[in-house]
Design a protein around this ligand. Sequence first.
Ligand SMILES: [Zn+2]
Length: 113
Amino acid sequence: MRIEKFIIEMVAEELKRQYRKSENWKKRIIKRVLLGTVNRIIPGRLWIVRGIPELGDRYQYYEVYSRGERYLCTCYTHPWSGKRRPCTHVGAVMLYERIQTLLEPGPGFEPGK
Ligand SMILES: [Zn+2]
């Protein structure tokens, strides 16, 4: 589990730099992933992210849609969403997906052999 935490930190840092976000943004997306709030509904298309009131979420669930590299979150339709894009819901989805790709054994990988 330690190594996973390390990988999560590393990937989150990468996303933070890529999108020029703050350290706080990075911490929030890590928290969302570690709390298991990201649920993949349609691979590559739709995720549901459970809201965390502690992080200022006002809704129980957020839907994140993707079309290629572009992501949309239902929080973007709220007047208070401001310019915090990508929001931490989208950030958490990107982090989750990148980690899945890294941790899921790919074809040809047989643990223990
Ligand atoms: Zn959002």
